[in-house]
Design a protein around this ligand. Structure first.
Ligand code: ZN
Ligand code: ZN
Length: 381
């Protein structure tokens, strides 16, 4: 029997050279959906690689604008982009590199502005962030949504890539030391201070290490897309001074707070204009009367000034309230914050407000609890 040998025109076919790699499946790559969190030095290199190999769907999130100093380590940005949002420019450049790629973006903060539903719609999440709070937020979301994520970190000539798959070894929070918690705690001691405002010095980064670490992150992503073995719960340590590079296995903490999984998640075909009252009615439909909504973040219910009589019913998610808004308008003191994260029928003030009005993102997933029973509602489009 004669075999059909397909000889592709390696000069005309964009992906022809990949077809010589036996395990490479361009269709799988085209179908995949990858979220890139952070469009700085690492994010630029990651995005460039994802575009080159023809990842079909890319979602970018970042809250920053391009500054002059980004131009030494960000292959996607140009002098004239200064002052523009990183996400919109990165999106434009990815499309230029490869028009086959469907790119979407969100200009915002991964900690507050992305609903869990978006994580659920991804195959792999790539972390290109420079702080523990964002890593912790990505980690918790990935565990809840049962999605793998690949963290990258760079420090001058050194770097580390960590692969985390729910149910397969340690998560990012398992790797945190007491010092890490102290640094995170500086933020939690004052809920209205955003992490960005607390960061004093940036970690020095070079485009060379960013390229190496981002290259490894995308390679691990490729392996995940092809169902190949990846070092889950492990870190790939790269030492650019000595080349003593090695794998380290992180110890899994049994009582780690990040290991919560959201199951089952029920998509309720509604959107962020649904009110808390309507949501409670749906919740009662699943778990019966007395069902309680439980958020994974605090609502700042009320501001109270200890210095004067000032009180204000705020009803807004803590990440959406600025430090300035937390001050008394009469005597300028920091107000006492009354915070809650559960909603019941008794919370009359909130029942007519929509989830968007209090600052929750699209595709937010809300827990419903009653007598030890639990289910999760996704506010789908
Ligand atoms: Zn853990
Ligand atoms: Zn006051």
């Amino acid at each position: 029997m004669e075999e059909n040998i397909i000889i592709q025109d390696v000069e005309k076919e964009r992906y022809a050279s990949f077809s010589f790699i036996p395990w490479w499946d361009q269709e799988k790559i085209k179908r995949s959906r990858i979220m890139v969190v952070g469009a700085g030095a690492l994010g630029n290199e990651v995005l460039k690689n994802l575009a080159l190999i023809g990842i079909g769907n890319i979602f970018i999130i970042d809250y920053d604008q391009i500054v002059n100093a980004d131009l030494t380590r960000s292959v996607l940005y140009r002098q004239e982009d200064e002052g523009k949002d990183k996400t919109s420019i990165a999106t434009e450049r990815v499309r230029q590199i490869n028009p086959d790629v469907n790119v979407q973006y969100l200009h915002g903060d991964v900690v507050w502005d992305i609903g869990l539903g978006l994580f659920r719609r991804m195959d792999v999440i790539i972390g290109c962030v420079d702080n523990r709070e964002a890593r912790l937020a990505i980690n918790q979301a990935c565990w809840k949504a049962n999605k793998p994520w690949i963290d990258g970190g760079i420090d001058v000539l050194n770097g580390v890539v960590s692969v985390f798959i729910p149910g397969h070894g340690a998560c990012y929070e398992c790797t945190l030391t007491e010092m890490d918690y102290n640094i995170l705690g500086a933020k939690y001691s004052c809920p209205l201070l955003r992490y960005q405002d607390l960061v004093s010095g940036k970690v020095p980064t070079t485009p060379t290490t960013a390229a190496i670490i981002a290259g490894l992150q995308v390679q691990e992503t490729l392996k995940l897309i092809h169902q190949m073995d990846v070092p889950s719960g492990k870190g790939i340590i790269f030492n650019g001074f000595t080349y003593e590079s090695y794998l380290v296995e992180y110890a899994e903490k049994k009582n780690c707070l990040s290991h919560e999984q959201y199951q089952p998640i029920i998509e309720i075909n509604n959107n962020s204009s649904i009110t808390f009252g309507q949501l409670l009615t749906i919740a009662e439909g699943y778990l019966g009367e007395g069902a309680v909504l439980e958020l994974d973040r605090d609502i700042i219910w009320r501001l109270e000034c200890k210095g004067c009589e000032y009180q204000n019913l705020l009803l807004r998610v803590s990440g959406k309230v600025t430090f300035e808004q937390g001050r008394c308008p009469k005597c300028n003191q920091s107000c006492h914050l009354e915070m809650r994260h559960t909603v019941t029928r008794n919370d009359k003030e909130l029942l007519d407000l929509t989830i968007a009005q209090i600052g929750l993102p699209d595709l937010y997933v809300i827990a419903v609890k009653r007598d030890g029973e639990v289910c999760y509602l996704e506010l789908s489009e």
